[in-house]
Design a protein around this ligand. Sequence first.
Ligand SMILES: *[C@@H]1O[C@H](CO)[C@@H](O)[C@H](O)[C@H]1NC(C)=O
Ligand SMILES: *[C@@H]1O[C@H](CO)[C@@H](O)[C@H](O)[C@H]1NC(C)=O
Ligand SMILES: *[C@@H]1O[C@H](CO)[C@@H](O)[C@H](O)[C@H]1NC(C)=O
Length: 146
Amino acid sequence: MKLVAFCAFAVCCCSLASVSTKRVERTLERKKLQEVLIQLTAVKATLQHSELKLNTPPMDTEDCCCLSALECYRANLHVQFNTTDRNHRKLSRSLKNHLTESGLCDSQRANSSCQDCASHPKENATEFFNRLESLIQKGIERLSTI
Ligand SMILES: *[C@@H]1O[C@H](CO)[C@@H](O)[C@H](O)[C@H]1NC(C)=O
Ligand SMILES: *[C@@H]1O[C@H](CO)[C@@H](O)[C@H](O)[C@H]1NC(C)=O
Ligand SMILES: *[C@@H]1O[C@H](CO)[C@@H](O)[C@H](O)[C@H]1NC(C)=O
């Protein structure tokens, strides 16, 4: 009888701990995304007059293709823009952070049936940053509701 009670107690503690761990994770993810948003604003201000055209995922990227979209933004940022800039480096690092990935995307596995980065139509830098910003904002809203 004592053993049963102990087991019930242990199970109960375990599930409580996992609920609060999840909550801590959500908070950390949300903080990270808010940080990305601030860094993004700084980088956007310096680059919005750039003449570059960049392969840009659509505004309404499906959840299952979230990770491919994120990878596409990262690859473009890495290849197309000057990476010696401090804000830029910070943004690139934040976008690679696992908290950014888990906060933004439900599915942590790359989906090979999603559109290839190079096949997304090219947009100007302003549009590129606006869409990335909207993806991050959606992530923050999502984390605030769960
Ligand atoms: C990259 O940015 C740094 C600092 O903003 C600047 O000094 C450097 O000249 C830039 N390099 C190129 C190739 O634009
Ligand atoms: C992969 O993406 C396609 C649409 O592009 C979707 O129908 C499918 O469910 C996704 N698969 C997974 C495992 O998310
Ligand atoms: C950038 O692209 C968007 C959407 O295609 C367009 O509305 C905007 O006028 C363009 N901005 C510049 C500076 O070319």
